[in-house]
Design a protein around this ligand. Structure first.
Ligand code: B1M
Length: 215
């Protein structure tokens, strides 16, 4: 398993989409622990890409290629994760997306998949989503919770705008708000008046359960 995890991380680091896909297929064939392969293999690889990019060792095209390799693998793994929760009774409805100005969607999609695998009904709005759209969709779907991802320090304030919009429409008391993404933390969640912060997809499931009172 250790070798497999290393190869998954390396495929992302090298921006090798075909190898990443092959490794994802092998993961499914051998019925390996999906979460472990995602978190300690592919995600570890993309985090290393980010670190090397920040240090000036990799350049933007390599960052893009790493992200593409990561997405190629996730496209194969996500349906397998999702089917785990498909026949369960839904435990709550979560509207999720990445906030306006931010196109990072890998982590958000992983959180959406994990929530779905754990019985939540999901409305995934994608990335670069205006604050008002989160609230429109929550209203339309009578959702229990809004989950907002932000990966850039410059887009984090958009999470606060969602809460302000909920307040404006007198919906705040019936819709819980959770925030996540690399630059967010508990302190930020408290500062903007969110109901909670989750650091990863597993924590997001526990938080959604406790916020919706369904677990
Ligand atoms: Co960008 N990028 N990027 N990038 N990128 C970061 C975020 C950065 C930290 C890299 C760095 O400097 N080390 C940096 C942000 C700096 C900052 O603001 N502090 C950065 C930058 C600057 C940029 C650009 C501005 C670069 C440029 O153009 N000059 C640009 C911005 C474009 C834009 O959005 N407007 C940009 C572009 C890109 C790519 C397009 C190349 C690509 C994104 C592809 C895609 O998503 N479709 C990309 C990538 C891949 C990254 C890094 C390397 C990896 C992000 C990722 O997918 N991680 C990232 C470095 C890093 O994060 N260390 C970086 C894997 C993913 C599984 O983890 O997203 O953290 P993560 O999600 C986790 C948790 O955070 C949590 O659970 C997830 C699963 O465990 N979580 C939630 C996430 N959302 C949640 C929501 C919840 C709960 C939990 O709901 C409540």
């Amino acid at each position: 398993m250790r070798e497999h995890l290393k190869s998954c991380a390396q495929a992302v680091l090298d921006g090798e989409s075909e190898i990443a896909e092959e490794l994802a297929r092998l993961t499914l064939e051998k019925k390996m622990d999906l979460l472990e392969v995602i978190e300690n293999g592919f995600v570890a690889g993309i985090r290393e890409v980010g670190k090397l990019w920040e240090e000036g060792i990799l350049f933007l095209p390599e960052l893009v290629m790493g992200a593409e390799a990561m997405k190629a693998a996730m496209e194969l793994l996500q349906p397998a994760l999702e089917t785990e929760g498909s026949d369960r009774e839904k435990v709550g409805h979560v509207v999720i997306g990445t906030i306006e100005g931010d196109i990072h969607d890998i982590g958000k999609t992983l959180v959406a998949t994990m929530l779905s695998a754990n019985g939540f009904k999901i409305t995934d709005l994608g990335a670069d989503v205006p604050a008002v759209r989160f609230v429109d969709e929550a209203e339309k779907n009578d959702a229990d919770c809004i989950a907002i991802s932000a990966l850039l320090t410059t887009t984090m304030p958009g999470q606060k705008k969602v809460i302000e919009e909920l307040d404006k429409r007198s919906m705040r008391s019936r819709v819980k708000v959770m925030v996540g993404g690399a630059p967010c933390d508990e302190k930020w969640a408290a500062e903007i008046g969110a109901d909670g912060y989750a650091g990863d997809a597993v924590a997001a499931v526990s938080l959604a359960r406790s916020l919706t009172g369904r677990g």
